[in-house]
Write a protein that binds this ligand. Structure first.
Ligand SMILES: NC(=O)c1ccc[n+]([C@@H]2O[C@H](COP(=O)([O-])OP(=O)(O)OC[C@H]3O[C@@H](n4cnc5c(N)ncnc54)[C@H](O)[C@@H]3O)[C@@H](O)[C@H]2O)c1
Length: 303
């Protein structure tokens, strides 16, 4: 029996990328209603406009790091549709740079969205999910919730935390016999706007962004963010339908997950070879190796 058909589902960060694709896939599989929210209202509305068929849609502006707003939103969705079965805590952002350069504001910004956003969404929707009698929490972590990388201390912290939080609450919900399942999602490289948005944010906040940075991001997008979001959404929702507590999205995620587990001390060396090859390819395109200081986007990063 489908875990999605006739369900009321909510997706955060649904204005783009994986979130938009999740909303569309849920509708395609016969969800009764989908709540699509994003910090950018017009993007959420655009996603809503793409949803047809018999699925009802509710589009809203929502900043997942704003706990009070998430509480109000959860109440609105429950009032509008009578119940809520599934929450997809998907909204997330990236930023990279070495720990020596990264100030507290940048750590807080990433943690507020990627980690607190997930806790806010989980806690505020949980009473409704329990009341539904058949709830599911889907929290989007990353390959960087399994594997750390240079220059990504904020992002990795947030994504490791999402994994720990989700795996821990699975025990709580089971121990208290609540009818709510959990899935933590670890995508590899998915073709979305995440790296471009990080670059835009750097520019908008007056950080130095050179043409080399832009070319690196362009090449990173082309080489590493390969899977279509629609395929990622299918894999995630297949995992939800199969009641998998953990979903790896893509061959890169599956391979690196195995490498980290099977060779816990040796995987950085193996990954280093891959990084050096990436740097060589960049050099061949006229992008010089990144100076060590200040070093930004000095390596391929999985978001
Ligand atoms: N693209 C990848 O390769 C990849 C890999 C691993 C994990 N992820 C994770 O997948 C999730 C979705 O990212 P994506 O790749 O689709 O990126 P994306 O940039 O295409 O989409 C993210 C969406 O979240 C929204 N958003 C940003 N801040 C928000 C906030 N405070 N509140 C609500 N919405 C907000 C953005 O407006 C955007 O529409 C993120 O959690 C990301 O970390 C992505």
């Amino acid at each position: 029996m489908s875990q999605v058909r006739d369900k009321v589902c909510v997706v955060t960060g649904a204005g783009s990328g994986i979130g938009r694709a999740l909303a569309l896939e849920l509708a395609k599989r016969g969800a009764r209603a989908v709540g699509v929210s994003d910090i950018r209202l017009e993007a959420a509305e655009e996603t809503a406009s793409l949803i047809g068929g018999g699925t009802e849609v509710h589009a809203a502006a929502l900043d997942v790091s704003d706990r009070e707003a998430v509480a109000v939103y959860a109440g609105e969705i429950a009032d509008r549709f009578g119940r809520v079965h599934q929450i997809y805590n998907n909204a997330g952002i990236a930023d990279n740079g070495p720990v020596t350069e990264f100030d507290y504001d940048r750590y807080e910004r990433i943690m507020n969205v990627n980690f607190w956003g997930v806790i806010n969404g989980t806690k505020e929707f949980l009473p409704h999910l329990i009341a539904s009698g058949d709830g599911h929490i889907v929290n989007v972590s990353s390959l960087n919730g399994i594997m750390a990388q240079e220059g990504l201390s904020a992002y990795c912290s947030s994504k490791f935390a999402v994994r720990g939080f989700t795996e821990s609450i699975a025990f709580d919900l089971k121990a208290e016999e609540h009818p709510v399942r959990t899935t933590v999602v670890h995508p590899g490289g998915i073709k979305t706007a995440i790296a471009d948005s990080a670059l835009k944010w750097a520019k908008d906040t007056g950080q130095e962004v050179t043409p080399e940075h832009e070319e690196r991001t362009r090449y990173y997008n082309e080489k590493l963010l390969k899977m279509e979001p629609s395929r990622a959404a299918e894999i995630v929702i297949n995992g939800v339908e199969a009641n998998n507590p953990r979903v790896l999205v893509g061959n890169d995620a599956r391979l690196l997950d195995a490498l980290v587990r099977l060779a816990p001390r040796r995987w950085p060396k193996a990954f280093g070879l891959f990084q050096r090859r990436f740097e060589k390819e960049l050099e061949a395109r006229g992008i010089p190796p990144q100076a060590k200081k200040p070093a930004r986007e000095s390596q391929p990063a999985h978001h």
